[in-house]
Design a binder for this molecule. Structure first.
Ligand code: TXE
Length: 485
């Protein structure tokens, strides 16, 4: 166990008042670290540090900042194994997944934005008698608040474009998974990033998170987390006219038409449902199956889910680890109970039992991947975000029928459609109320594309140009031609 500090003005320090919070490993329930339980005073210091660094950082050229991003990518790449290991212990996710997804993407977020930044050209609009030049400036000090499901992956997704565009940062990772954010701070210290450009304050959402939202010196908030917290973020920051990007929850649909390649659709639907124990905002937790193939699809889907190896996150062969915490496990289990009360049938899973590892004393937030049939698409289990390894199966008879069920959700983040008729796939996708739709694939990401949701899944888009737009302010400069010309 070790004690980690806030990272403010280029050095580590405890919280104002010295209070701490324990950080646990959800597989063993061992304490991994104690983190500062920061307060408004810590945010104040972090904002002051960021403001002091703003001028110097924003005066660098885009190329110089892109070079910084490359250096950070190289340093993180060097620490890939440490990142994967730390993330696996902090979240309970399989080490192989942490390596393939979390560590790899944390590096590529910096690499991508460095390269993307270099490709930018200044936008101009020529008039008959004048030239418009679009000038980008940094927003200033930005607040980045991130969740526990993909800790460093999601933090770096915001840090990289924010730094690229010349902003300074006050970041707050989830109190449940603070370790890789600390590792990033250590890395930036080693690289001697100018002091105050990146500041990290740890602690509880309603305390330090809220202080970030309320601080008038923080000009933009990029938040990824739950929809209920998103409402608080909007309620607090919008009246102050802060720029806001909200990436919230999802209750995404996987739609399987009868003409889909069965093998690929089953494989894709399982991956969409249970990657990271179903704790990815993009996970497909409602599966809609065309009636002709319901029996066949369900049988093969359940077989494949049964074969998922749940176990010790540190074991190379493990495919699914724990959920994020014992409290979250109880929440998911309450939905399993509810599913049965609502008339659902558990087709597989629903229990903590598994072969293999259950933590040293049979502890650990492990749950078998759970598939529920026979529930109406309007039931609570099929409409509320559970954010765990639990999915519901539903049947449809026509395209219209499917569309109505898919759109009968207050969320609208992502979805996947499985069909061999690409025209139908495209047509159907445009009618889903959703920010992202995959056809015959899932979580296939090009970082240049817009990422974000509609309805209760959020406001705004990040990714590529959309991230650069969010993390910069635009000034249009209209220059009138001189009369001699
Ligand atoms: O998220 P929170 P929680 C969903 C998922 C999950 C539910 C709740 O359904 O079960 O949200 O998870 C900080 N001011 N997602 O409670 O609280 C908090 O400290 C400022 C989907 O863990 O939204 C953390 O850093 N900040 C999601 C961050 O907000 C506050 C991923 C997110 O935590 C705050 C995670 C406040 N008042 C959960 N209160 C996704 N979109 O991927 C909390 N925070």
């Amino acid at each position: 166990m070790h004690t980690i500090g806030n990272f403010i003005a280029g050095s580590f320090s405890p919280a104002h008042g010295g209070r701490t919070i324990n950080d646990y490993n959800p597989a063993t329930e061992a304490i991994l670290a104690t983190i500062p339980r920061s307060q408004g005073e810590d945010v104040e210091r972090a904002v002051n540090a960021a403001h002091s660094a703003q001028d110097e950082w924003s005066k660098l050229t885009l190329e110089q900042r892109a070079h910084w991003l490359d250096k950070i990518a190289d340093a993180l790449e060097h620490k890939s194994e440490q990142i994967a290991n730390t993330e696996s212990r902090d979240t309970g996710k399989p080490i192989a997944l942490a390596r393939r997804v979390d560590a790899a993407r944390s590096v590529s977020n910096f690499r991508f934005f460095a390269e993307f930044g270099r490709q930018q050209t200044q936008q101009t609009f020529q008039m008959e008698d004048a030239l418009n030049v679009v000038h980008r400036s940094p927003v200033g000090t930005v607040g980045l608040i991130t969740p526990w499901n993909l800790p460093l992956y999601l933090l770096t997704w915001k840090v990289a474009p924010a730094l690229l565009m010349g902003n300074t940062i006050v970041a707050k990772p989830s109190e449940v998974t603070p370790l890789t954010a600390h590792l990033l701070a250590e890395t930036l210290l080693e690289l001697e990033l100018p002091k105050g450009v990146f500041n990290l304050v740890h602690g509880l959402g309603p305390e330090v998170g809220q202080a970030i939202l309320e601080h008038p010196g923080i000009k933009a908030i990029s938040f990824t987390g739950g929809t209920e917290t998103g409402r608080i973020v909007a309620r607090t920051a919008a009246p102050m006219f802060k720029k806001l990007s909200l990436e919230l929850g999802g209750k995404n649909a996987t739609v399987v038409f009868a003409d889909a390649d069965m093998e690929k659709a089953v494989e894709g639907a399982v991956r969409a449902a249970f990657t990271n124990s179903g704790q990815v905002c993009l996970c497909g937790s409602r599966i809609f199956i065309e009636e002709e193939i319901v029996e066949q699809f369900t049988r093969r889907f359940v077989e494949k889910v049964d074969a998922i190896r749940v176990g010790n996150p540190m074991d190379e062969e493990t495919e699914m680890g724990t959920v994020i915490s014992p409290e979250h496990l109880l929440k998911i289990e309450s939905y399993i109970d509810l599913a049965q009360k609502e008339g659902g049938v558990i087709l597989t899973g629903g229990t903590r039992e598994m072969t293999g590892y259950n933590g040293p004393d049979g502890t650990g937030a492990f749950l078998r991947p759970t598939v529920v049939g026979n529930l109406p698409h309007t039931s609570r289990c099929a409409t509320e975000e559970i954010f765990g390894p639990m999915v519901t199966l539903h049947t449809f008879s026509t395209e219209q029928d499917a569309l109505e069920m898919v759109n009968a959700s207050e969320y609208g983040l992502a979805g996947s459609v499985w069909t061999s008729d690409i025209e139908r796939g495209q047509r159907f996708s445009t009618q889903i109320d959703s920010g992202i739709v995959w056809v015959n694939t899932w979580l296939h990401r090009d970082l240049r594309t817009p990422f974000g949701g509609v309805k209760n899944s959020g406001v705004g888009r990040e990714g590529g140009q959309w991230s650069l737009d969010f993390f910069s302010e635009l000034t249009n400069i209209c220059i009138k031609d001189s009369d001699e010309n």
